[in-house]
Ligand binder design. Structure first.
Ligand code: R5P
Length: 309
């Protein structure tokens, strides 16, 4: 087995490498003066089972391109199998043609990864389940829920209610409500643009309850903050938010700080931006979960046991 990291999130790759007690393979990652990426695998990987760890987070275009180039380099170096480990799969939100003349970038990225030479994909909490079907190669799809539920259980929430901030997240909130033995509520959201949303209504009773808003990701935090306000206006005692992937920048962090959200929980699938100020953010590590999945894939064992909470 050979483990590689691109430049998107070396800290996560190092954590996985420490957990597996398996070194990262020496690689040269450089930029040409005009910005093009250059990759060189320093040691022989002929016939090896290769795992390239690279979330395609911001800068999404650079990280995606670097991942494609790394896959190409490994394929040309005669690796026997190449798994792209993409803890956060960027470009996933454009996963359907919901207006005239728009792309389906989630499918485009799937095509690019396959064309570059990936044999398998290991991803976590994809924006939508159907993205798995955009690939004609095997996709192992992990959930951060075992890590997040363990932490939520330690919070001692009173009358917990799991909340979906939009109709697309109902299945996720429903499965958390089972795992947490909690109630379920749904906020209906209308997105006017990438940065402008309107919260419309709540389905479910949250009066006097500790609410946990669940989402696959947060970016501007508009969705979470809007839902939190509606929950507090409807009598919620406490509001916590939990997302698998935090894309928060300084503006999103300020929105969280100024909102009704007491704590935002996320995972380290993406590096946390350095300039978030006093944002009440708790980062949980998914390195062991990804490490276990890598080991199981390498030994051709089942990965589904990792879904158990
Ligand atoms: C939407 O379908 C996603 O699941 C998230 O709710 C959304 O992308 C979050 O974006 P923001 O934090 O900018 O509201």
């Amino acid at each position: 087995m050979k483990l590689f990291t691109g430049s998107a999130h070396p800290e996560l790759a190092e954590k996985i490498s420490r957990y597996l007690d398996h070194p990262l393979t020496d690689t040269v990652l450089q930029r040409f003066p005009d910005g093009e990426s250059f990759v060189k695998i320093v040691e022989n990987i002929r016939g090896h089972d290769v795992f390239i760890i690279q979330p395609t987070c911001t800068p999404a275009n650079d990280n995606l391109m670097e991942l494609l180039i790394m896959i190409d380099a490994c394929q040309r170096a005669s690796a026997s199998r190449i798994t792209a480990v993409v803890p956060y799969y960027g470009y996933a939100r454009q996963d359907r043609k919901d207006q005239p003349r728009v792309p389906i970038t989630a499918k485009l990225v799937a095509n690019l990864l396959t064309a570059a030479g990936a044999d398998r994909i290991l991803a976590m909490d994809l924006h939508s389940q159907q993205i798995q079907g955009f690939f004609d190669i095997p996709v192992d799809h992990l959930y951060a829920s075992p890590v997040i539920v363990k932490y939520l259980r330690s919070l001692g929430l009173k009358n917990p209610v799991m909340v979906s901030p939009d109709s697309g997240g109902v299945k996720m909130a429903y499965s958390y409500s089972h795992m947490m033995d909690a109630g379920l509520a749904i906020v209906s959201k209308q997105r006017k643009s990438a940065t402008d949303i309107e919260m419309l209504n709540i389905v479910g009773d949250v009066d006097g309850c500790d609410c946990v808003i669940l989402d696959d990701l947060t970016s501007t935090a508009g969705t979470l903050c809007g839902a939190a306000k509606m929950l507090k206006d409807s009598g919620a005692r406490k509001v916590v938010a939990a997302v698998s992937h935090s894309l928060l920048g300084p503006d999103g962090a300020r929105n969280i700080r100024e909102s009704e959200i007491d704590e935002l929980i996320c995972t380290d699938s993406i590096p946390v931006a350095p300039d978030l100020g006093e944002c009440p953010l708790t980062v949980l590590s998914v390195a062991e979960l990804l490490g276990d999945a890598i080991l199981r894939i390498h030994h051709n064992q089942s990965v589904s046991s990792l879904f158990r909470v």
